[in-house]
Write a protein that binds this ligand. Sequence first.
Ligand code: CA
Length: 220
Amino acid sequence: MRLLVVEDNAALAAQVRAALEAAAFAVDAAADGEEAHFLGSTETYDAVVLDLGLPVQDGLTVLRRWRAEGKTMPVLILTARGTWSDKVEGLNAGADDYLAKPFAMAELVARLQALIRRSHGHAQPVIRCGTLAIDTTRQAVTLAEAPVRLTAMEYRVLECLALHLGEPVSKTRLTEHLYSQDFDRDSNTLEVMVARLRRKLGEQMIETVRGAGYRLAAPP
Ligand code: CA
């Protein structure tokens, strides 16, 4: 899953990025409102963490512009402690959730995972496909109850397929969700990840749908 983190405090931004990368997210960062608006309008994100107090353009304006443009990605806003009106204004502007600073990184990670699951219509943290179970809270995968060890990149591909269970996901879309912006997007990498997942989960678990991409499906 790929996230945009918008925060002008460099130390906090680095802390948030480290926590999210440790939870297997690909992370892009923006430090002012204009850059944030540009990235959110032109790139594909599974969710956005948006600070409200930003240079150039404030977070609420950025959020209103995205929503006016029809951008529907879940947005979690960061508000200063005790600024109740910020929270209300943010939710009215189209935010999906909020956290007041200071916050625990574990809470931010859990809130984002819940937002992303809900935006894909999965209220439960564990997605099942036949004997395969993907626990999106712990990033843990089991096959017939036995743990399967995956790299962060392999996990991201599998999670993206699981969130679209039963429908094909295009290679472009998968690649977009795999990498942060500054990563060299080599399409061969996706094929390598899919081949590795097939070796670990069984060839039939990930179908190639001609012209449409890959689909996670329980083998018959
Ligand atoms: Ca700020």
